[in-house]
Design a protein around this ligand. Sequence first.
Ligand code: HEC
Length: 111
Amino acid sequence: MFSITTLLNQTHRLLIGSGAALLLGGAMMTSASAADIATTYDNSCAACHDSGALNAIKKGDSAKWQQLMKQKSMPALINSVKNGMTQMPAGGLCNNCSDDDYRKLIEYMSK
Ligand code: HEC
């Protein structure tokens, strides 16, 4: 016989199921944390921006970075990295960086 308890049980299971899916989706959408940004910087951008190789603006040269951000604006700088520049390879050696990651990386370098 189909009882109300079975129905409730099934509804319950359905709710738990979708709840888990929501949690999973939420976890996958969280973007890189501050620690990941430092690691990404070390693995990708540091090759040039730590030493100033090829005339790249150095990490921590905040005066130069601030000036550049004022001149070009953040979206333009993100585009420069994505498309590459004269000496900088497209993507800045980070293959899986999102626009938001690039923004965080640029902010990280400018401090
Ligand atoms: C192979 C060396 C190299 C790597 C790796 C590199 N850059 Fe650069 N970057 C440069 C150089 C050199 C410049 C100066 C412009 C030029 O000559 O290409 C530059 C310029 C920039 C600029 C200024 C863009 C503009 O419009 O003036 C930004 C922002 C930047 N880099 C961000 C990054 C980020 C973020 C990463 C890591 C994901 C990165 N770069 C990795 C060499 C590099």
